[in-house]
Design a protein around this ligand. Structure first.
Ligand code: WQD
Length: 338
């Protein structure tokens, strides 16, 4: 297939592009480098020994999006593009609603106009909100979120589903749990701008000496060691989930289908610190601080639907996630150059 990867220079997008190329697909990337760098694309080209056509523009521009679809024939779209910082979305909700919805509108309109009917969308476990029983299952309703970023995922799922049903699209909505890790080469990985919000990039920046210590956000939760538990998933397993979705999209049991992408096994914050220290031999100094507003004690996936319907399963351990993150971070202490 010829696949348009929107947001293909980002963390999950870049790893997915490598796997698409290795599986023999043609890939075109569109990215505005708002939160990513051209170096990531160059490194994906080096890893796949190929040239990858790249269009640098903001998908919120419907005319540029339309022109791209008029010039190229795509068989499918994988839509990763969007803002993703939870805290920033609370401070600047309009920025999130405008960007994360407008880009989807442009894409859907161009897809409908040009008869491109396969879409894989980056959704998030955040759509299960605060009340879902654990592990989360795709059938849970009502979808909701605790922040504007998360609501853009809920709204995008609704909008994409409505358009898909009206225009005969096939759509896989992939609900990611907590993506971590990096490509085994150590040449591509997660490169957050500023102070990391997420646990794994913070740990790896402490390890590489960019931060003094980690603050553990609360150790008085009702969990085995008192810290929150999350379903961390290796980005390579996550990328493989996109390939599996694409390969099964024409035979899905319904035209719009949601799939959890997680391991089904939660790990605590202290468990992750220990695993990182064991996998890398690098000590992670930490202190326990207050709880972070909005954190749930435990979230994890029931990944059985993706296993049964996509033939997809995770293969990487927590130790793999830590070792691969460290290979990337230690080789690229400041992230991508440029
Ligand atoms: C994991 C655990 C923290 C940082 C977020 C978004 C979610 C999704 C993924 C996209 C929690 C603890 C963290 C630190 C810590 N994004 N922690 N010290 O909150 O599960 O999910 O990212 O869809 O929408 O909410 O991930 O990595 O931020 O936190 O103790 O410096 O690590 O309290 O228990 P989270 P996270």
């Amino acid at each position: 297939m010829h696949v348009l990867v929107a947001g293909g220079a980002g963390f999950i997008g870049s790893h997915t592009v490598v796997q698409l190329k290795n599986a023999g697909h043609d890939v075109t990337i569109v990215d505005d480098f708002d939160n990513s760098k051209a170096t990531a694309v160059a490194r994906v080209e080096a890893l796949t020994d190929s040239h990858i056509p790249l269009h640098v523009f903001d998908l919120c521009d419907p005319d540029k999006t339309e022109a791209l679809f008029a010039a190229e024939r795509f068989d499918a779209v994988i839509h990763f593009a969007g803002h993703k910082a939870v805290g920033e979305s609370v401070q600047e909700p309009l920025k999130y609603y405008k960007n994360n919805l407008d880009s989807t509108f442009s894409l859907l309109r161009a897809m409908a106009t040009h008869g491109v009917h396969r879409l894989v969308f980056s959704s998030s476990a955040t759509v299960y909100g605060d009340e879902s029983p654990q592990p989360s299952q795709e059938t849970y309703r009502p979808l909701q979120s605790s922040n504007p970023y998360g609501w853009t995922k809920v709204m995008n799922e609704q909008i994409i589903g409505d358009v898909a049903r009206a225009d005969g699209f096939k759509v896989a909505l992939l609900r990611y749990f907590n993506p971590v890790g990096a490509h085994a080469s150590g040449t591509i990985g997660e490169d957050p701008q500023g102070i990391p919000n997420n646990l794994m990039p913070f740990i790896s920046q402490v390890a590489v000496g960019r931060r003094d210590k980690l603050t553990v956000f609360g150790d008085d939760y009702d969990t085995a060691d008192g810290t929150c538990e999350r379903d961390y998933i290796h980005v390579e397993d996550l990328a493989a989930g996109h390939l599996a979705a694409l390969e099964h999209i024409d035979e899905m049991v319904e035209p719009v289908r949601a799939f959890n992408l997680g391991t089904g096994v939660p790990t605590s914050v202290l468990g992750m610190i220990k695993a990182f220290e064991t996998a890398t031999g690098v000590p992670i100094p930490y202190e326990v601080g207050p709880r972070r507003a909005g954190d749930l004690p435990v979230t994890f996936a029931d990944p059985s639907r993706a296993r049964d319907e996509l033939g997809w399963q995770t293969t990487k351990s927590i130790e793999d996630m830590c070792a691969d993150t460290w290979r990337w971070q230690s080789a690229n202490p400041q992230g991508y150059p440029g």
